[in-house]
Design a binder for this molecule. Structure first.
Ligand code: BMP
Length: 224
């Protein structure tokens, strides 16, 4: 289960770069996540044009951390442009923040994904000290899913153990950040978010098939 992170390099024609990868990969992956580089460079309308005929999971990764009303406005714009999921930080709190965003997401049938822990080492400096509170927040705002790292498996397992079964775990950190394909799935994730190891390779479709095969083998191995 893969969600492709599309983060085009700045020296590329971002529109073409993204379109090529969406055409080559959309039938073999479960969704796409678009971050700030593409949204800032192309604008949300151009990004929407790339995904015109795509019906899968389309996540806007703005990692929102604002007051609720403003996040709700951003979410409306993203919804108008075909996104069906948004990511927000948990540390902003419930009242006048995530509660408002959660309501807006429900109104628009958008999936809300909240961050419980991140894949970079700096996550240990602050975010990881609040994991229990962030897990609690996940329940309060009825997140569809959470972000948890493929790079720190004990944390990933802890999050899986303490999260209701229906809530999805999306796990970045595979490939360039050091985690091997399949390892997050083996430790409780529902999806691995995979970016550059696939999207920056020469033949991204072939590389994606390789990653999927590695995932499959790893999952069989860890189920033994
Ligand atoms: P890559 O596989 O190229 O390292 O990409 C990972 C993707 O996941 C990037 O889009 C990044 O913004 C995102 N991400 C992450 O790496 N760690 C997190 O904790 C949260 C993320 O959204």
């Amino acid at each position: 289960m893969i969600i492709i992170a599309l983060d085009p390099p700045s020296n590329s024609n971002m529109y073409e770069w993204m379109l090529d990868r969406v055409i080559a990969l959309s039938d073999i992956v479960q969704g796409f996540k678009i971050g700030l580089p593409a949204i800032m460079r192309l604008g949300v309308s151009e990004v929407a044009r790339i995904f015109r005929s795509y019906n899968g999971l389309l996540i806007a990764d703005l990692k929102m951390a604002d007051i609720g009303d403003i996040m709700a406005l951003s979410t409306e714009i993203l919804h108008e442009h075909g996104f069906n999921a948004v990511i927000a930080h948990s540390f902003i709190g419930f009242s006048q923040a995530l509660d408002t965003l959660s309501k807006k997401c429900k109104e628009l049938s958008m999936k809300l994904i909240t961050i419980v822990s991140m894949s970079h080492s700096g996550s240990m400096e602050y975010i990881d000290r609040h994991i229990d509170e962030f897990l609690n927040m996940t329940r309060r705002v009825e997140s569809w899913g959470v972000v948890a790292p493929a790079t720190r498996l004990e944390i990933l397992r802890y999050i899986r153990r303490n999260l209701e079964n229906g809530i999805k775990i999306l796990s970045p950190g595979i490939g360039i950040q050091g985690a091997e394909p399949g390892i997050a799935l083996c430790n409780g994730a529902d999806y691995e978010i995979v970016g550059r190891i696939i999207t920056y390779s020469q033949n991204f479709r072939e590389t994606a098939f390789n990653v999927i095969e590695k995932q499959r083998k790893k999952v069989i191995e860890c189920q033994k």
